[in-house]
Design a protein around this ligand. Structure first.
Ligand code: GLC
Length: 489
C-alpha cells in the first residue's frame, strides 16, 4: 500500500469552528471531500488532509478533546514570538489551532486595520510553516488560501534553498478573492525580516504585498473557478497583476468549488418550516409562506419573492440590485435582503425598505439559519456581482429550487446556464455591471414566473445539478500528485 499523501490545509477560517465568508465554507468542506476520495481517484493513495487555522478569540466551540501539542517560537528580528499549538479532531480530521499574542490580540477574524491583520496573519503564516516541520506527521504539500496565508508560500520557497526540513515540501495557493492582497501590511512583512521581491515580473508596488509574493513563489496556483482563472489574466479582473499572472499561467488551474451537500439539503434541513425535494416541489410553498409571515409581508401566489444573501459590498453589487429594483416597481415582486458589510450599502438597503415598506425587508445581520429559510422560501436569488471568483450562494439557491438572476462572471458563469440556452437553463444571466442590464435579466425572470410548468422545470434542472465536491476533489488530488513528481516551479 503506497504512503498516504499528506496535505496541510492552511486557512484563516474554516467551518464549523469559524466562518465569516465563502473561504470558511470551502476550508470546512474541501479537506473532508479530499479525505473521502476513493483510493483509485487519487493514484491509489489515501489523502491525509489536515487543517490548521488561527485560534481566534471568537472560537467558542466546545472542543472536548482539545490538547496542547506544542510550543515554539516564530522568529522576528525584534525578538521571537511565542506560539502554542492545540489539536482537536473534527469529523475524524485532525485540526490544529495556532495561538500567539498577535492572534489573541484581535477580537474579530478580520479587522479593518491592515497592520493589525498583517501582524496576525503573517505570524500565523510563519507559524504554520514551523508547524509543518515539527509534527510527527510530515506534510508533502502545504495548501495556502488567499492573502492571509500566502506569505508562507514565499517563505517556504526561500527556506527550501537552505533547509533540508523544507526541501521536499511543495506549495499550492488558492485565490478566493484577488483584490484582497494584504495591501497596507507591507511594513509588517518587512518587520518580520522578509525582504521585498526582486523578481521584475512583479510590479514594483506589489513586491511586499503578501498575496503577490505567494503567487510568485507557489508551486501551483488555483483559482476557484475556470472562468475566474481566465479573467484574472486580463486587466478588468487582474487587479494590476494580470501581466505577472500571465507569466505563471502554466501553473494556474481553475477548479470550481463544491458545496457541502449534506449540510445544504432541502429534504433534511432542520432549519426549514417544511422539507422538500424535486418530487414534492409544492412543499416549498410552506417555506415561502412562513418566511413572508416572519417578515410581515403579505402572501400572494403570483408575486415572486426575491432574495439576496451575503456580504453587502461593492463586489456583490448590492447597489446595482437596489437601483435595479427601483426601476421595476411597476412589476409584482417582494424582496428580502440579508447580510452585513459596507455601512453605506447597508443604509441604502435600509432606505429601500423605508421607501417600499409593503414589499422590501432589509435584514442587516449575519444569520445562517435565516439564510437557510430564505433559500428554501425565495423564488429568485439576486446575485449581480461585479466579480465572483466562484460564488456559493447561487449553488445553494439552485439546490433549494431558488432560481438565480446573476451577472455572467467567474463561477456564476460556470454554474448557471441561462434559460435561453437550448434545452433550457437553470437561471438568468446578464453581462454588463449596470442596474439597467440587471433589470433586463430580472424582467425576463419575472415574465417567466407565472408560467408554472416552465418555472418548475427550471427549478428541477437547478436542483438536480451536481454541486458536490466529487469532481473538484479529484482535480485537486491530481494537482497534488503531479506536484510531488515535479520540480518546483
Ligand atoms: C470568496 C469569493 C467567492 C468564493 C469564496 C470561496 O468569498 O468572493 O466568490 O466563492 O471565496 O472560494
Amino acid at each position: 500500500m503506497p504512503d498516504p499523501l499528506n496535505v496541510l490545509f492552511v486557512s484563516a477560517e474554516a467551518e464549523p469552528l469559524v466562518k465569516v465568508g465563502g473561504l470558511g465554507d470551502v476550508a470546512g468542506s474541501l479537506p473532508r471531500a479530499l479525505r473521502s476520495l476513493p483510493l483509485n481517484d487519487a493514484g491509489g493513495r489515501a489523502i491525509d488532509v489536515r487543517l490548521v487555522i488561527p485560534f481566534h478569540s471568537v472560537i467558542t466551540h466546545r472542543l472536548p478533546d482539545l490538547q496542547l501539542i506544542g510550543n515554539f517560537q516564530v522568529p522576528h528580528p525584534s525578538g521571537p514570538i511565542p506560539a502554542r499549538v492545540f489539536m482537536t479532531t473534527i469529523n475524524q480530521m485532525p485540526v490544529y489551532l495556532i495561538e500567539g499574542p498577535p492572534i489573541l490580540s484581535g477580537t474579530t477574524v478580520y479587522s479593518t486595520n491592515p497592520i493589525e491583520d498583517g501582524e496576525k496573519y503573517i505570524f500565523f503564516s510563519l507559524a504554520s510553516l514551523e508547524l509543518a516541520t515539527r509534527l510527527d506527521w510530515k506534510p508533502d504539500i502545504l495548501h495556502f488560501n488567499d492573502w492571509h496565508t500566502a506569505i508562507a508560500a514565499y517563505e517556504l520557497a526561500n527556506r527550501r534553498k537552505t533547509s533540508s526540513s523544507y526541501a521536499r515540501i511543495k506549495s499550492v495557493l488558492s485565490i478566493h478573492n484577488l483584490p484582497f492582497m494584504g495591501g497596507g501590511a507591507e511594513t509588517v512583512v518587512r518587520s518580520f525580516g522578509i525582504p521585498p521581491a526582486t523578481d521584475d515580473r512583479l510590479p514594483v508596488w506589489a513586491r511586499s504585498f503578501p498575496l503577490p509574493l505567494g503567487l510568485l513563489a507557489a508551486d501551483h496556483i488555483i483559482a476557484v473557478s475556470p472562468t475566474y482563472a481566465q479573467e484574472i489574466l486580463a486587466p478588468e479582473f487582474g487587479c494590476g497583476l494580470q501581466d505577472f499572472l500571465k507569466t505563471r499561467s502554466d501553473c494556474i488551474s481553475g477548479i470550481l468549488n463544491g458545496i457541502d451537500e449534506k449540510g445544504w439539503d432541502p429534504s433534511t434541513d432542520t432549519a426549514l418550516a417544511g422539507n422538500f425535494s424535486v418530487s414534492e416541489l409544492d412543499q416549498r410553498l410552506i417555506n415561502k409562506k412562513s418566511l413572508l409571515e416572519e417578515f410581515q409581508l403579505p402572501y400572494s401566489p403570483n408575486i415572486p419573492l426575491l432574495i439576496m444573501i451575503g456580504r453587502i459590498d461593492n463586489q456583490k453589487g448590492m447597489d446595482l440590485a437596489i437601483e435595479g429594483l427601483r426601476m421595476v416597481t411597476d412589476q409584482p415582486w417582494q424582496a428580502i435582503l440579508l447580510g452585513t458589510g459596507d455601512p453605506l450599502l447597508e443604509s441604502a438597503a435600509r432606505s429601500l425598505e423605508v421607501e417600499l415598506p409593503d414589499r422590501v425587508r432589509a435584514a442587516i445581520r449575519f444569520d445562517l439559519l435565516l439564510s437557510h429559510r430564505m433559500y428554501a422560501g425565495g423564488d429568485m436569488l439576486l446575485m449581480p456581482s461585479r466579480y465572483e471568483p466562484c460564488g456559493l450562494a447561487q449553488m445553494i439557491a439552485m439546490r433549494y429550487g431558488c432560481v438565480p438572476v446573476a451577472r455572467e462572471t467567474g463561477g456564476l458563469k460556470d454554474t448557471i446556464r441561462d434559460n435561453r440556452e437550448p434545452g433550457g437553463g437553470n437561471g438568468y444571466l446578464f453581462k454588463e455591471a449596470s442596474p439597467a442590464a440587471f433589470t433586463v435579466a430580472l424582467l425576463r425572470a419575472l415574465a417567466m414566473y407565472p408560467n408554472r410548468p416552465a418555472w418548475q422545470a427550471m427549478q428541477i434542472r437547478g436542483m438536480t445539478q451536481d454541486f458536490s465536491w466529487k469532481q473538484s476533489a479529484r482535480a485537486y488530488a491530481e494537482i497534488y500528485l503531479n506536484l510531488q513528481e515535479r520540480e518546483p516551479c
